[in-house]
Design a binder for this molecule. Structure first.
Ligand code: F6P
Length: 526
């Protein structure tokens, strides 16, 4: 039997099993197995993952593991780590794991020593960051730099911004870090108001150095710096890019351009030079610890059998919900202020990767792929959208994330944890009441991810776990998670419409709605 026949047969067994599972309530699964909580949990070096409150049994897992095997998950993981060109539509290797490799590892792709390149660039970052922190790097008026402004968007913004915010306790003393991504001038203005140009370093982060938002914002800020009297821009603008020529053309000195490579996807790039604002913000040593945390997860992912492999198990559960329960959405609720930007970061990671409808052979899929990713912090969200989670009509699997300890008042921490655990319990077991308005059906699945406290190491491990889960989802759906052609059309049309807004004529071939909207702009901006 071919692997595709195998997969078809297992899918049909899963389908039959799904029908049977519809008569089973999570509450009963817990009632019949007093060890369920621990049995369906994983202790990893930095994370504890309790997936027991998901609608599954040993039979479900056994079928899902068979599906994983038929989908060649373990072989594909090996291929990714070995640098094979698994990003088939762009003919590229996918090597964000090499960015957190140890220096003694060996990896050659197209005859290039990848590990050597990575560590060479890491050393350049280290040296640069240290000169800023020891105040030997100076601005145009000979003042030390204490403010970092990252100019980037998408993967060149969301990851570093989330990490800097999450690890704000580690921020170097007397420094501040800002992120400008949106092309909305308001974003620039609000930062201009609070920074001192003499002590500010701008990091232009763009893998392509071609992204309109980043280029426009960088040009505007370069002009602003000149207007404030800066007579040596090279001291205030550095760049991170794969397009070294374009960065140099912009006027960045060679020694201030930091490289990343085509085998690092934008949304997987925070471990590369794109992480420069992280290293500037929390110090190079902490950045290295973040990388070590990710490496720890890489070791788990690449060496653990699938039955105990966290990213694989979580991706299989995602597949189970998406393709059998028709889950159209997945919520991520961190009970941790430090992770308030995590849902935004995950939206790009999951949806830009797996929001696809063609398989690896270019055929249109007849099944669902990535659900919509959303979320917000607990306990705040309990007082907004949790009504829908408890009593609404949608099926919404949830990831809860919560630290076991945190500095500060213990009472707050215990309340935070109590609420997180209570919500997952309430969603799972439901609550009886003769009044239908006060009745909770329960049987609403969730996974709880615990960590002792959010350190650079824990965070590195957590992010890498989600990266690998994204990759495995793609394998299960037989799609390529590493391209993003879907973002291109809008960019092209925006360039055409911009010309219409700025010009005197309107392209006649445009549809009537577009013409009308352009006309309204012209009337408001005569
Ligand atoms: O438009 C999407 C995208 O290409 C993302 O994939 C990427 O992270 C982002 O834009 C930024 O791209 P760049 O780093 O090349 O400016």
């Amino acid at each position: 039997m071919t692997s595709s026949n195998d997969k078809q047969s297992i899918r049909s067994q899963l389908s039959t099993h799904y029908s049977a599972m519809q008569n089973i309530h999570l509450r009963d699964l817990f009632m019949h197995d007093s060890q369920r909580g621990k049995a369906y949990s994983l202790q990893l070096p930095s994370l504890y993952i309790d997936y027991s409150k998901n609608i599954l049994t040993n039979e479900t897992l056994s079928l899902l593991f068979q599906y994983a095997t038929a989908s060649r998950i373990e072989e594909s993981i090996g291929e990714m780590f070995a640098g094979e060109k698994i990003n088939v539509t762009e003919d590229r290797a996918v090597l964000h794991t090499a960015l957190r490799s140890t220096v003694d590892q060996k990896l050659k792709v197209d005859n290039e020593d990848i590990i050597e390149k990575v560590h060479f660039e890491l050393n350049r970052i280290k040296k640069f960051v240290n000169t800023v922190h020891d105040k030997s790097y100076r601005g145009w008026t000979n003042k030390p730099i204490n403010t970092f402004v990252n100019i980037g968007i998408g993967g060149s913004d969301l990851g570093p911004k989330m990490v800097v915010d999450a690890l704000s306790e580690y921020q170097q003393i007397e420094t501040r870090t800002f992120f400008i991504s949106n092309i909305d001038y308001q974003a620039i203005e609000s930062i201009q108001r609070v920074i001192n140009p003499e002590t500010t370093l701008f990091i232009i982060s763009s893998k392509s150095f071609n992204t309109i938002e980043t280029r426009t914002n960088a040009e505007t800020l370069r002009t602003w710096m000149q207007q404030t009297g800066c007579d040596d821009l090279s001291k205030h603008f550095i760049a991170v890019s794969n397009n070294l020529d374009a960065a140099k053309e912009f006027g960045i000195n060679d020694e201030n351009v930091f490289e990343l490579w085509d085998w690092v996807g934008g949304r997987f790039s925070l471990w590369s030079s794109i992480g420069l604002p992280i290293a500037l913000s929390i110090g190079f040593d902490n950045f290295e610890t973040l990388l070590a945390g990710a490496h720890e997860m890489d070791e788990h992912f690449s060496k653990t059998p699938l039955e105990k492999n966290a990213p694989i198990i979580l991706a299989l559960i995602d597949y189970w919900y998406s393709n059998f329960f028709n889950a159209e959405t997945h919520a991520f609720i961190p009970y941790d202020e430090s992770l308030k930007l995590f849902p935004d970061y995950l939206s790009q990671l999951f949806m830009e990767s797996n929001g696809k409808s063609l398989d690896l052979n270019g055929h249109r899929l007849d099944y669902q792929t990535m659900p919509i990713v959303w979320g917000s912090t607990g306990t705040n969200s309990q007082h907004s959208f949790f009504q829908l989670l408890h009593q609404g009509t949608h099926f919404v699997p949830i990831d809860f994330l919560v630290p076991l300890s945190k500095h500060g008042d213990k009472k707050h921490q215990a309340q935070l944890l109590a609420n997180c655990i209570a919500q997952s319990q309430a969603l799972m077991q439901g609550g009886n009441n003769p009044d239908p308005n006060k009745y909770f059906s329960g049987n609403k699945p969730s996974t709880t991810i615990l960590y002792s406290e959010l350190t650079p190491k824990t965070l590195g491990s957590l992010i890498a776990m989600y990266e690998h889960r994204t990759f495995v989802q793609g394998l299960l759906w037989n799609i390529n998670p590493f391209d993003q052609y879907g973002v291109e059309l809008g960019k092209k049309l925006a360039a055409d419409i911009y010309k219409n807004l700025e010009g005197t004529e309107i392209t006649e071939e445009l549809d009537s709605s577009t013409q009308n909207l352009i006309n309204l702009y012209k009337q408001s901006n005569p």
